[in-house]
Each structure stands twice: as structure tokens, then as C-alpha cells.
Design a protein around this ligand. Structure first.
Ligand code: V55
Ligand code: FE
Length: 489
């Protein structure tokens, strides 16, 4: 291959940029609220080399860690590759050696046994350390000050699971981090690990249980009482993978499941609830206890949102035809049946953002990305292939919905939430907004939005002088926590 493929996975907002860069003193339009002091870390998949296969996908690209650093009226930007074992092996060879997404049988034989995770999904901050995560492997620790990679993270040798989710949940009161890993002991294993790290970052619990099928378990939720693991029927098959095929295929006629256990309990006490057939969900907003009931809010769709996961399962439909919405599932722990009650809360969308303090608790509002019916055709890019063009604020208890619609030719990436000092103020959201200016040419800005008043639009915009490739997830770290960080000391 002598050029990047001309598919959606490598064009539009997915156009490889590959530049490690630093820009100081970005130009700001409007006034950044002075209480915004800290770092907005972003995970950006960007292939360092031409891929081995023409049909490669954005989820398979090397992870870059980007940071917008806010302090004393200045905003600086940095982006660096996460130097995974895979990145370093390919850097040395000056070409791709790892083949298809999550298929080691397509790799160059020279890298057999080398950790093939790409750390491209979520920057996670816990106990003064920054991690870059990808659900097919362990996290990599990154120095939050220099963005240098420190190395693969195994909790000082304590972690047995070979994988760790990109969606950990941190309890706002105890400071514990709850997480899991699927395919915990190898490719296509049904083993799921469930782990707790204490507020100081020590692994204090790791238990394993078996899934009914190997599922692409992207996210999970906690409440004050429970840990809750939803499984949707996008499944892996070792024979298919050995034959060089795709890791995942969606199965429209298979049930979804929800595994529930006391969050400090034993995996032997797991109760399984049965969900609708064929549905798919990558992200949940939150979950909380309500007496004996558990409510959980999911960005649910009728089928898998990723075209290549649908097509591998023989499902052919247009992206715009997929139904779904923000849905509440309720499980009744006092009843002796495995059914799930369901009510709609909002229009289809994804990339939800919750205030950190609301994790696992009843909450008044949250935000997610959706489509503006008047925004014109969506910008091409991102892992699914189309960018969202509206930001929604929802109040699950009242049903109130507010929208920040974007105009024609614009798209946005997942926001982070920054709490305000004033307890009556909902805080701020910050997200990169892209605008198409020419054929395959985009300009981006970082928008700061009043979280309680999204329909008003941005209160300040940071102008970005270099192109931004589509982000996956982000994380906000306040300045005082950064200053106390261990790494780099
Ligand atoms: C997702 C993202 C991934 C992945 C699997 O958003 C699922 C869903 C960025 O990588 O590998
Ligand atoms: Fe995700």
C-alpha cells in the first residue's frame, strides 16, 4: 500500500494527521471562565503507518493522547503518540506489522506475542495517575505533565486480567475505581474480570465470572449497592478470527443480558436479567438505586451502530435508518423474575456525559450528542463514520430537553464536564467542534458551554490552528489534582 485507503475510515474527520505537536497560547474568542483551570485530555486514534489492509478501521488506529491545558488565562495544546509495545515495534520497522482490528492471525509473524493493544479509547484519571485504555488489553500509564508513556499498567503486578475496559466508573464518595475486562484470559474467552481499585490506586479486589457468550462489553454501570454488566449480542468467534475474518459480528436474533451483583459482593451472587433481542448499546449514562429497584439509562439502538459489526453479521441497513433512543431500563431486585422494564427518555444519540459527583446516584441532568434535524448531512468521520451535530441536555426526572444545534457542515466530539465553584451553577462543558471548509478540509474550535444553558451556545471558543482528527473519549483533570500527580515527580 502506498497511500491511505480512500474509505470513510481514512477520510473526512478520520483523515490521518500523525503529527506530534505542541502549540502554546492558543487564541481565544470570548472569555474563558476563570474557574476553568486544569487539563482536558483526549484520546485520538491516528494510524502512525499505512495499514496492512485496505479495509482497516479507525478503531484499529494507534492511540494519541492530546491535552488542552488551561491555566491563568492561557490555553496550550499538546498531542503525542502513546508508545505502546505495538507502536514501538512498528516505529522501529517503519511500517505496519499488526493487521486487522483485534485479529492477531493477520499480523506479521515477527510480532507474534507482542502486546497488540493500541490505547486509543479513553484517558482515565485515577489516584493521581493517567491511563490510556483500550478494551482489548491493559491500560498504558502516561505522564500527565509530559505526555510521555510510562508503560503497561498491571497494578504493581496484582492484576490478573489481560484486559481492562475503557469505561471505568469512579465512586464520588469513596474514590474507588470499579472496572472490568472481558476476554480476560485471552482471545474469545468468556471470562469477565470485575475489579476494584481503592482511592490510592491499589487493586483490592479481582473476581472472574463467565459470560453466556463472548460479547463486545464496552461499558458498565455502578450504583451505591450494585455493579451492573450489560451484554449485547455482538459476538466473537475464534474460527472466524483464525480464518482472518472480523472479530465482531452482530447477531440480531440473540438475547441481551444484564448481570447484577452487590458491588462489594461475590460473583457467585450474580443475578441475570434478560433483555431484548438484537439491541446494541456502547455507552450508558448512569445507574442508581430506587428502593429495591435499579434504574439504568442506556444509549440503545435497534442494531449495532458500527457498519462493519453489522455487515459481519449479515445485517445491511443505512445508518440513518437505525432506530433507538436514550432508554431507561429498570430491574426489580425484589421480584423473582428476570424481566426488564423499559421507558424512553430521549432521542437517539450517544457519547453521554455525567457530572462526576452523580456517578451511581440519582441525578438531575446529563448531556449527550445527537442529530440536529435541520443540520444537513452529517460530517464524515469518527469510528461510526458520521459525526453528531447537536448537544442535548436532559433532565430524566422531568423529561425536559434542551439542545445546542450545530449548523450546516458542522460536527462535534464528546464533551467533558467541569464543575463550577458555585453549587447552584451546573458547571461547564468543553468539546471540539469541527467545520467543513472545503472538500476534505476542516477547521476546528474548542467550545466552552454553560452546562445548564446549552441552547445559548458557546460562551468562549478556543481557535485551533492545526487539524483535529476525530476524538473518542476525553477526561477533565482539575489543576490541583494535576499538581499533586505522582507521575513526573
Ligand atoms: C468502541 C471504541 C473502540 C473499540 C470498541 O465506542 C468499541 C466504541 C475506540 O475503540 O475498540
Ligand atoms: Fe466508549
Amino acid at each position: 500500500m502506498d497511500k491511505f485507503p480512500s474509505t470513510i475510515q481514512f477520510t473526512g474527520l478520520n483523515t490521518p494527521i500523525r503529527a506530534e505537536a505542541s502549540v502554546r497560547d492558543l487564541v481565544v474568542e470570548g472569555e474563558i471562565p476563570p474557574e476553568i483551570q486544569g487539563a482536558f485530555f483526549r484520546a485520538v486514534p491516528d494510524p502512525a503507518h499505512l495499514p496492512m489492509f485496505e479495509d482497516d478501521i479507525a478503531l484499529n488506529a494507534d492511540g494519541m493522547i492530546a491535552r488542552f491545558l488551561f491555566g491563568d488565562g492561557h490555553v496550550d495544546y499538546d498531542i503525542r503518540y502513546v508508545e505502546t509495545a505495538r507502536y514501538l515495534a512498528e516505529k522501529k520497522a517503519r511500517k505496519a506489522l499488526f493487521g486487522k482490528y483485534r485479529n492477531p492471525f493477520t499480523d506479521d509473524p515477527s510480532v507474534e506475542g507482542v502486546d497488540r493493544t493500541v490505547s486509543n479509547t479513553t484517558p482515565i484519571w485515577h489516584a493521581g495517575r493517567l491511563f490510556m485504555t483500550k478494551e482489548d488489553g491493559r491500560a498504558y500509564e502516561v505522564n500527565p505533565h509530559t505526555l510521555e508513556t510510562i508503560g503497561s499498567w498491571d497494578y504493581h503486578g496484582a492484576l490478573k486480567s489481560q484486559t481492562m475496559t475503557a469505561h471505568a466508573r469512579i465512586d464520588p464518595e469513596t474514590g474507588e475505581m470499579f472496572f472490568f475486562g472481558y476476554e480476560a484470559d485471552g482471545l474469545c474467552s468468556k471470562e469477565i474480570s470485575y475489579c476494584i481499585a481503592d482511592k490510592d490506586g491499589n487493586l483490592v479486589s479481582e473476581q472472574w465470572f463467565e459470560a453466556p457468550y463472548v460479547s463486545a462489553m464496552h461499558d458498565f454501570v455502578i450504583t451505591e449497592k450494585y455493579a451492573i454488566f450489560p451484554l449485547f449480542p455482538t459476538t466473537a468467534d475464534l474460527d472466524r478470527i483464525k480464518a482472518g475474518g472480523p472479530h465482531w459480528a452482530h447477531q440480531q436474533d440473540l438475547e441481551s443480558w444484564v448481570a447484577v451483583m452487590p458491588r462489594y459482593g461475590k460473583v457467585e451472587d450474580i443475578r441475570w436479567f434478560k433483555g431484548r433481542k438484537g439491541v446494541s448499546c456502547f455507552h450508558l449514562v448512569n445507574a442508581f438505586d430506587d428502593g429495591d429497584k435499579i434504574h439504568m439509562e442506556l444509549c440503545l439502538s435497534d442494531t449495532n451502530a458500527f457498519p462493519f459489526m453489522r455487515e459481519a453479521g449479515g445485517i445491511h441497513c443505512d445508518q440513518s435508518e437505525i432506530g433507538g433512543g436514550l432508554i431507561r431500563w429498570t430491574l426489580d431486585m425484589s421480584r423473582n423474575d428476570d424481566s426488564i422494564a423499559e421507558i424512553p427518555l430521549g432521542p437517539p444519540g450517544d457519547m453521554p456525559r455525567l457530572r462526576d459527583k452523580d456517578q451511581g446516584r440519582p441525578y438531575e441532568s446529563a448531556w449527550y450528542l445527537s442529530m440536529n434535524p435541520e443540520g444537513g448531512p452529517p460530517l464524515p468521520g469518527g469510528p461510526v463514520g458520521v459525526a453528531f451535530n447537536a448537544l442535548l441536555r436532559i433532565e430524566p426526572a422531568t423529561g425536559r430537553l434542551d439542545m445546542m444545534p450545530l449548523g450546516f457542515g458542522m460536527g462535534l466530539n464528546e464533551p467533558v464536564h467541569i464543575p463550577a465553584r458555585d453549587p447552584d451553577h451546573e458547571g461547564w462543558l468543553m468539546c471540539v467542534v469541527d467545520r467543513q471548509v472545503d472538500d476534505n478540509l476542516f477547521e476546528s474550535e474548542l467550545w466552552i458551554i454553560d452546562a445548564g444553558n446549552v441552547s445559548q451556545g458557546a460562551v468562549a471558543k478556543v481557535l485551533l490552528p492545526i487539524p483535529m482528527k476525530a476524538q473518542v473519549h476525553g477526561w477533565w483533570v482539575p489543576a490541583d489534582q494535576l499538581a499533586q500527580a505522582r507521575a513526573g515527580k
